[in-house]
Design a protein around this ligand. Structure first.
Ligand code: ASP
Length: 430
């Protein structure tokens, strides 16, 4: 059998594959092709195989990679690694995906990177993103700040996809007037799998950074089920919309920033990026800030709301235009009235904000009596169209940096493109 790192040529009855041998599994061989993809070739289909010698060692190591690009006039891009599927391998003994790759492994997996940019690589964490806390946003924000001050052309953050949009929103608020693009990428299939989307997402982020003429925080992920293009979405408007599809990230209530034509390595701009005018500045999260997120639903219990009594802020992900059951409409709805009373008290003490579980559309609490009652209580968020995730992050960030009265005013003000001026019909299901 081949050794890892051996250049091999494997023929089936229909195709000849040439690439670097990665490993042997029970029923297939994994080979890295020159375009950066790993492919699995079923053993039963193999008609011929030969070795073309070992890959030169330097092609495999990050150290040599750095030497290779040093001195060339390639743009300097920093990659900050936080873990997630993009940094994971399948553990074949259990079948589970585990966080395992080191930053060097990840960069080494994508040989194309070396011809496109001079890469600096830093490990921030190696975790599944559902475990993230506000402290991780601060770690990440500070690391981005350091890289920007060092003069990089852009920063890529590799990240688990589950909460990638929360981190993207957090960085959008934290990094005021960011002068370079910060692009979050993840993958829905671990980097060692033939169907992995890591290479296309990562390389598309590099293409975007090289061509961008302004800063901001963005998400770059697959456009469709195939590997030919990626979409770039503003960090404050992105949302993971599918549990497993590689094209899960879509903009909500907003248009796209750009499409990356991966095959031709080109950017199709769909929006003009505005250069930031102010001074670059970072505003961190207070790590002990307590913001809750409550989903309204039929038969809500008062005890569900009671948990938030000692919180600093609350997001209610309401139904429809922005509602939660607070009315006693018959003898079966007494609990609703008590919920309303408790909510009124809460809204007097802390910012309580309404978002919608419809995901798309704008909050309008003027239409129904429930909404009007909520407005009278001081519930915020009327006419906003942020996702609940962005609203949650925005409220926590505002509470970390501003006084309570300012928070109430700033929440409904568009700070980073998170609230759109108009509701465009073409923004639905982009
Ligand atoms: N649970 C993983 C995470 O968010 C999933 C992924 O990376 O796609 O870290």
């Amino acid at each position: 059998m081949f050794r890892q790192g051996e250049v091999v040529e494997i023929s089936t009855s229909t195709q000849v594959f040439r690439g670097v041998f990665i490993k042997e599994e029970k029923d297939f061989l994994v080979v890295k092709l020159s375009n950066g993809y790993n492919i699995g070739i079923a053993k039963r289909n193999i008609k011929g195989e030969k070795s073309l010698g070992m890959v030169r060692r330097e092609e495999n190591t990050m150290k040599k990679l750095k030497e290779h690009i040093r001195g060339k006039a390639l743009p300097l891009i920093s990659i900050l690694h936080t873990g997630g599927t993009i940094a994971s391998k399948v553990d074949y003994s259990t079948g589970a995906v585990i966080a395992r790759f080191t930053p060097e492994d990840i960069i080494g997996l994508f040989p194309e990177l070396r011809s496109m940019a001079s890469i600096r690589s830093r490990l921030i964490s190696n975790m599944l993103s559902e475990n993230m806390r506000f402290s991780h946003y601060n770690l990440l924000g500070r690391a981005v700040e350091e890289e920007v001050r060092r003069g990089v052309r852009g920063v890529i953050i590799t990240h688990g996809t589950d909460t990638l949009h929360y981190s993207a929103a957090a960085l959008s608020f934290m990094l005021e007037n960011i002068p370079v693009p910060v692009v979050l990428v993840g993958s829905q299939r671990s980097s060692d799998r033939p169907s992995s989307d890591s290479a296309v997402n990562l390389i598309s982020a590099v293409i975007f950074i090289i061509n961008a003429r302004a800063g901001g925080v963005f998400v770059c992920m697959h456009e469709s089920m195939n590997d030919s293009s990626c979409l770039v979405v503003e960090g404050v408007n992105a949302r993971k919309m599918h549990t497993s599809r590689r094209d899960a990230f879509r903009p909500i209530n907003k248009g796209l920033v750009a499409r990356i034509d991966y095959e031709n390595k080109r950017v199709e701009w769909l929006k003009d990026l505005e250069k930031s005018r102010g001074e670059f500045n970072i505003k961190l999260f207070k790590e002990n800030i307590k913001v809750g997120l409550l989903k309204a639903h039929p038969n809500l219990l008062i005890s569900e709301l009671e948990c938030f009594k000692h919180f600093d802020g609350l997001i209610i992900e309401g139904t429809g235009l922005g509602h939660i059951g607070i009315s006693e409409t018959d003898k079966l709805t007494k609990e609703n009235k008590r919920i309303g009373e408790l909510l009124a008290g809460l809204a007097r003490r802390i910012p309580v904000v309404m978002t919608s579980q419809t995901i798309y559309g704008r909050i309008n609490m003027n239409v129904y009596s429930t909404g009007r009652d909520l407005l009278r209580m001081g519930v915020l968020g009327n006419y906003t169209d942020m996702t609940s995730e962005t609203a949650f992050i925005k409220l926590a960030w505002l509470l970390s940096n501003y006084k309570k009265e300012e928070v109430r005013e700033l929440f409904e003000r568009n700070l980073r493109g998170e609230i759109s001026d108009r509701t465009e019909k073409e923004y639905f299901l982009v």
